[in-house]
Design a protein around this ligand. Sequence first.
Ligand SMILES: [Fe+2]
Length: 296
Amino acid sequence: MALSIRPIDPARPEFAGEVSDIDIARGASAADAAAIDAGMDRYAVLVFHDQQITDAQQYAFSQNFGPMEKATGDIAARGERRLSMDINDISNLDQAGKVLARDDRRRLFNLGNRLWHSDSSFKPTPAKYSLLSARVIPKAEGDTEFADMRAAWDALDPAMQRECRELVCEHSQLFSRGLLGFDDFTEEQRRQWRPVPQRLVRRHPKTGRLSLFLSSHAGVIRGWPVPEARAFLRDLTEHATQRQFVYAHRWRPFDLVMWDNRVVMHRGRRFDETQMRDMHRTTVADSSPTLDQPGA
Ligand SMILES: [Fe+2]
């Protein structure tokens, strides 16, 4: 049976779709992968319910969509890692599977996920797709919200669009964590996560649609004084994350949600952190740095 995709909210037929009739554990046919790719171009966020998968199955499925990233954005040292370097650990757990202490450095770093961001925008070549699999979720709360940066661009007034078009930002995890007052980085991490340039306005390679490439990792606009740049980025983010641009995903166990970081920002919402939350993310890399791609 061929898979099908329908909009989650019929009133918003171009953002967030739900996919039926695929069992990811069994893999995707070439036709399935093509249909999902086309669905991503249209919806930017796709939800797959009831997918009980292993890391290997999730990784194999993700590979249909491009070259894979390693989890080099995580703060856990190699000896502290719970999962392989193929999987970003989006959990509140230590290697023994125990909930991290409130003041654990890894937990404080991970709180950066509460800020609106685009995955790996701090890497020279950022992420294309993220695929997040819910293995264990808290009883309530902990939604993930997605904001449509294409619609946010379309809704900007023409003068703002003109001002944004040619701008280049610099992104770093040091900036996003700095917003929360976290600066407990090693010298090696400061080197590894030094700022990288990204276009502020991107053009989708297939649909040609423009979108804002915002992220809490952005802390500099090249050629601008820093406070002016940060005030500007804050205004833009406020505009771009208004509720009419947002889909809030309420997790069910074994949901897999896939999104296009080129055109979507997301954030994790608060939950009771005495409860376990175990999510595994695979990440498909984009094809090149954004400055090597078309802009506005
Ligand atoms: Fe993220």
